[in-house]
Design a protein around this ligand. Structure first.
Ligand code: COA
Length: 316
């Protein structure tokens, strides 16, 4: 018997500290108008010195567990997507496992930059469909502020911190309908973050304009691929939950799906780009405020460094 991966709980966490465009314009040569017009961002959250990917992941994960009303011990697999791990090792997944006090799960990290949570959903879905795992926790958690060069106005305006979580369990009822993930390592130079062992310090480097163009085209293609694989029309999609990188990229994807912006879950304005956390944070917001209803069809998508990109079509 093949099972579906059913969503049974979601969670999210944002650090308390807010950094507005106006505050940023005091330290770099930019303005609220420029940032908002080009990106759709007005403010972002910044992790405190004590907060890490695993501490934020813990709060989001506990919320998802509470929403699902399950015994945490029933979780078989913990997948954490992060580009800003607490440590090189142990993995943030293992650190989260420890924080949650879950003894029997297997835990690991995946690194697919901003597409991390979609890659995580795809892996979780394969484990559940094959019967290798029954209940899987997927978390995207990022302290992007630690790898941002705060003197570089082309990147420091974009990123924020936070964590999103989702719990999936094997079910005969429909859940994840399909996932589609891709990568193309040819684009390394357009968006990368050196490790601290390289000569250059470990800050994000991006050719934003070029990234923008590839992102719009690629996300258009992933929409077609997802609809075709499920033999669906645009009109079958109730909600778009996009990676929150730039409102103009999101608007282009919504247009491709013939969706109005009212059918798009937007968190960008007050969160910025939280990399692998963004899709799960947005999904959590849509579920918790009651916009995303049981039985509706939701398209999640993301694009990130690598390049990596992907989608997950979920019947919630
Ligand atoms: N404030 C004011 N001016 C800025 C600025 C800032 N924060 N950042 C860049 N500029 C300037 C540039 O120096 C450039 O000036 P010039 O014309 O004198 O050389 C001008 O604005 C235009 O720069 P450009 O990079 O072409 O702007 P853009 O319209 O492409 O917007 C981004 C820049 C980064 C907002 C946009 O390219 C983007 O969002 N790209 C995608 C990024 C992304 O999604 N990354 C993550 C993928 S997961």
């Amino acid at each position: 018997m093949t099972y579906y991966s059913k969503v049974i709980g979601t969670g999210g966490y944002l650090p308390e500290k807010v950094l507005t465009n106006a505050q940023l314009s005091e330290t770099v040569d930019t303005s609220d108008e420029w940032i908002y017009e080009r990106t759709g961002i007005k403010s972002r959250r910044i992790a405190s010195a004590e907060e890490t990917a695993s501490s934020m992941a813990e709060i989001a994960a506990r919320q998802a567990i509470e929403a699902a009303q399950i015994d945490p011990e029933s979780i078989d697999l913990i997948i954490v997507a992060t580009g800003t791990p607490d440590r090189v090792y142990p993995s943030t997944g293992c650190l989260l496992q420890r924080r949650l006090g879950i003894k029997h799960a297997v835990a690991f990290d995946i690194q697919a930059a901003c597409s991390g949570s979609i890659f995580g959903l795809s892996i979780a879905d394969q484990y559940i469909k094959s019967g290798a795992a029954k209940t899987v926790l997927v978390v995207g958690s990022e302290a992007c502020s630690r790898i941002v060069d705060w003197t570089d106005r082309t990147t420091c305006i974009l990123f924020g911190d936070g964590a999103g979580a989702i719990l999936l369990t094997a079910s005969e009822e429909q859940g994840i309908l399909s996932t589609h993930i891709h990568s193309d390592g040819e684009y390394e130079e357009l968006l990368y973050c050196p490790t601290s062992t390289e000569q250059q310090a470990g800050y994000i480097s991006m050719r934003g304009n070029e990234v923008f163009k590839v992102a719009v085209n690629t996300l258009g293609r992933i929409v077609d691929e997802t609809l075709e694989a499920n033999e669906l029309e645009q009109s079958h999609i109730d909600w778009l939950v996009p990676h929150q990188a730039n409102s103009r990229i999101i608007a282009a994807t919504a247009k491709k799906l013939k969706l109005s912006m009212d059918q798009v879950i937007m968190t960008l304005e007050n969160q910025g780009n939280t990399s692998s956390a963004s899709v799960l944070l947005a999904f959590n917001e849509g579920v918790r405020d009651g916009r995303i209803q049981r039985g509706q069809v939701v398209l999640l998508e993301a694009f990130g460094a690598g390049f990596t990109w992907g989608s997950a079509l979920i019947k919630y």
